[in-house]
Design a protein. Sequence first.
Length: 212
Amino acid sequence: MTKRNVVDVSEWPTKPEAAQMLSRSGKTINRWVAEGKLRVEYRSVPRRKPIPVYDPRFILKMKEEMEGGSKTLERAEGAAEVNERDKRLGSPLAIGQAIGAAVADRMGGGGGPDLAQALQAVAAGQQQIAEVFARALEHIASGMHQQQQKALPPPAERLTLTLGESIERSGLDAKGLRRLIKSGTIRNFGNSRDPRIPRADLEAALGPKAAQ
């Protein structure tokens, strides 16, 4: 008979805490559990029914996906607004062509066609400048979005710490912390390259000041 590994859920957030972290209702938390998006276990409580608690790794992943989705939606809505505005006002090239054609029609022969061509050339140049500027803004916005995706909330608001934050709070170097992870003294909710160390584990191993 295979023995099931015992998971320490003493520091896992409860349903109200998970709902607050994700800015969602308890019903949404239940639905995400049913869909396999969140992992739930039950914590024993003396003289009470076990209470559901939720894996912080799944919560962090859901929060990152939600933030990424909202940014994508904002960019899509912004692009739709620009397209709608362009449909109403017309592009600089189209406006220049219309002006040139109208001037040429009013002036008849002579310098009319030359003036129309000049206006169209100016409008075409403006169109090219606008396109370059739009691509530059899109590139900047994409870079800012990637930085925001990588950004983490302040340490005081998180259940886990990065390797750098753990080094700063514990006074140990990276090798020392990795040895503690390898020995099982502290857990790693991240990966080998980018550890996420529970504050509670760091406090238990090195004292209360280490996780402050």
